[in-house]
Unconditional design. Structure first.
Lengths: 254, 383
């Protein structure tokens, strides 16, 4: 371990100790994340388009490429659950209802287990396995997100070809986060994928008991698979879409 | 005659239309089910004045029509659990007659043809229904769509013809719009796209059926025209790699037009064809592209049979380190057979156009693209 890495770990530890003294620890909460998609920036990650074609897409659609929605993270002790929110983030979609997709991400940091219910390519899968967090590289930038001082970390997803920057709260010592992101020393309050192609940022934190919202949804049937099976399905789909020269991010989550 | 006004062919008119609409709707939206029901009241006031010139006495009584209507609407949008969508609509629309159809002063196109307006025209009232069912399987890359629409029109405006013989002139045709009893038309579409060999061979099929029933009057006798027809198309897309892309397609189209008072004018229009499109990168920076389309048109009433083989081909080469230049030699309609053909029938007329159009030619072009051309065969996808 080089001296630079040691320096970052020491700095992080000191910061965590300091903010841990300053704030009471919270073990229940409901966090709303504003999820902003930018489909033009998502197209940057496909490799069958030339640089010129990507630029053309950007020139044509770059100013009208975003759409927003909400996601909710429920926290209860060492367990978290993330799901899409039915609350509309954009006024123009008020009054219209999409079917809520099966996407429930459960993490138990006490037993180190995952229990995810995910609709993938039209089929519902129940993924039960050991929790293996992303291999984060701790960085040393800091910023405030939703009233909390956060530090950043990066991770590169080689399957979906995306670079992820996560901002985790120094004063909320829980390894959870939005979507399937977790494994940092503090709760992840913001995730930025591929320079703004997808941004999930906490905009409301309520320290309250999520109650029944933590429960598994009733009446959901799906095929039980392991995390490796899930990854294999994603890999195959992305390879097929690449051969078809169509963006994979229309069919599966970015 | 330049810039001189011809009083016998000129008119000064002033038209005003006032459209007021007030409506309300209720919406139910829950877990993919969206239902909208609404109703609106609409008031149309049409005023038209016609004189020889500004400030001169009116040529005819002014057009002054007020229309008050209630127009309901229904919309259902449903997202099913399996990725299927259903969108269905019902609207009741009221279309006011156009000023040109209302104006009481005739328009004379020539000594054998004139149009008269009808100030007593009522608005067309149309019940329009449509439904669209769409399914896409993200995993298999297959998609399917079936849709249909049906329109029923009361007080349909049709253009009645009065044909009379005038000595020393010949047949003179006067066209005048009027509200016929009803009109109906419907369309039904289906298409599907699915891979036979994933990412290599895709099959697409599509088809439609359409009909149109309309009434128009000729010399006081109602003519009811029924036109119906169908169309079917199949296409195979072959993309074995980044060097070659091919489409093979075939289509068949048939249309039957029937008239109630002049049955000898009934006609059956047949059109079919097949095509092949090829894009081939046969060497680094060299491309051969071509398409061959064979079409066959037949209309027994006119003993019309036409076969058209159309072949276009081009070879191009990219030049420069960044492929910014492209030189292309292209030959269009190599067999010199291209003719424009269009045939259709409705109300009290049949339309048939066969005309020469741009046919065989060759083109040598040099193009420059500041960002460079791609040195591969691209699939024609939506990105």
């Amino acid at each position: 371990m080089n001296s630079n890495a040691m320096h970052k770990i020491l700095l992080t530890t000191v910061m965590l100790l300091l903010v841990g003294l300053a704030y009471p620890q919270q073990d229940t909460g409901v966090i709303r994340y504003l999820v902003t998609h930018d489909w033009v920036k998502k197209m940057e990650s496909v490799d069958y388009l030339s640089k010129e074609e990507k630029e053309k897409i950007n020139y044509t659609w770059g100013n009208d490429a975003e759409w927003k929605e909400y996601g909710t993270l429920f926290i209860s002790g060492k367990k978290t659950k993330f799901e899409d929110s039915e609350e509309k983030a954009e006024a123009e979609y008020e009054g219209f209802s999409w079917r809520k997709e099966e996407y429930y991400i459960y993490r138990d940091f006490g037993s180190n287990r995952i229990h995810d219910i995910i609709k993938l390519l039209g089929k519902v899968y129940i993924i039960e396995d050991t929790l293996v967090p992303q291999g984060w590289k701790i960085l040393n930038d800091m910023k405030e997100v939703c009233g909390h001082i956060c530090m950043n970390a990066s991770w590169t997803d080689t399957i979906k070809n995306k670079k992820v920057i996560a901002w985790y709260a120094l004063d909320i010592p829980l390894s959870g986060g939005p979507d399937r992101y977790c494994g940092l020393p503090g709760l992840i309050l913001e995730v930025n994928v591929n320079n703004g192609a997808l941004i999930m940022t906490a905009d409301r934190i309520e320290y309250k008991d999520p109650g029944e919202a933590m429960n598994f949804p009733a009446k959901i049937k799906g095929k039980h698979i392991k995390e490796a099976d899930y990854i294999a399905k994603i890999k195959k789909y992305i390879a097929d879409k690449k051969a078809e020269e169509e963006p994979w991010c229309w069919g599966i989550r970015y | 005659m330049d810039n001189e006004r011809i009083d016998s062919l000129s008119m000064y008119y002033s038209n005003q239309i006032m459209f007021n609409r007030l409506g309300a709707g209720v919406r139910f939206a829950k877990n993919g089910l969206n239902l909208l029901a609404g109703v609106s009241g609409q008031k149309l006031d049409i005023d038209g004045k016609y004189s020889l010139d500004k400030g001169l006495p009116l040529l005819a009584d002014p057009v002054n029509q007020d229309y008050m209507n209630l127009a309901p609407t229904l919309n259902l949008t449903c997202e099913f659990k399996n990725g299927m969508w259903l969108v269905s609509n019902y609207t009741y629309s009221i279309s006011e007659p156009s000023f040109s159809d209302l104006q009481p002063v005739p328009i004379v196109y020539s000594i054998t043809s004139r149009t008269e307006g009808n100030p007593d025209l009522k608005p067309e009232r149309t019940h329009a229904t449509s439904a669209n069912l769409y399914y896409q399987n993200q995993s298999s890359f297959a998609s399917f769509n079936i849709s249909g629409e049906y329109n029923y029109t009361n007080n349909a405006i049709s253009y009645n013809k009065f044909v009379s013989w005038v000595d020393s002139v010949g047949y003179v045709t006067t066209t005048k719009p009027s509200n016929s009893s009803t009109g109906q038309d419907g369309r039904f579409f289906i298409w599907s796209n699915f891979p036979l060999i994933k990412t290599k061979l895709t099959m697409s099929v599509s088809g439609n059926y359409r009909f149109d029933i309309s009434t128009a009057n000729v010399n006081g006798i109602d003519n009811r025209t029924g036109a119906s027809g169908y169309y079917a198309n199949t296409q195979f897309t072959i993309t074995p790699g980044q060097k070659l892309s091919m489409d093979i397609n075939g289509y068949y189209s048939f249309r039957n037009v029937k008239y109630s008072i002049n049955k000898e004018q009934n006609q059956k229009i047949l059109s079919c064809g097949a095509g092949l499109n090829v894009k081939w990168q046969f060497a680094n920076k060299f491309f051969l592209e071509g398409n061959f389309d064979y079409s066959f048109d037949r209309n027994d009433l006119y003993d019309f049979i036409r076969e058209q083989p159309i072949l276009n081909a081009s070879v191009r080469r990219l030049l420069g380190k960044k492929n910014q230049f492209q030189i292309r030699l292209a030959a269009f309609d190599i067999f010199n057979k291209n003719v424009y053909i269009s045939q259709s029938g409705s109300q009290n007329y049949f339309y048939r156009q066969i005309s020469p159009t741009l046919s065989r030619y060759f083109m040598l072009s040099l193009s420059y693209n500041i960002k460079g051309y791609e040195n591969r065969v691209k699939k024609d996808r939506f990105w």
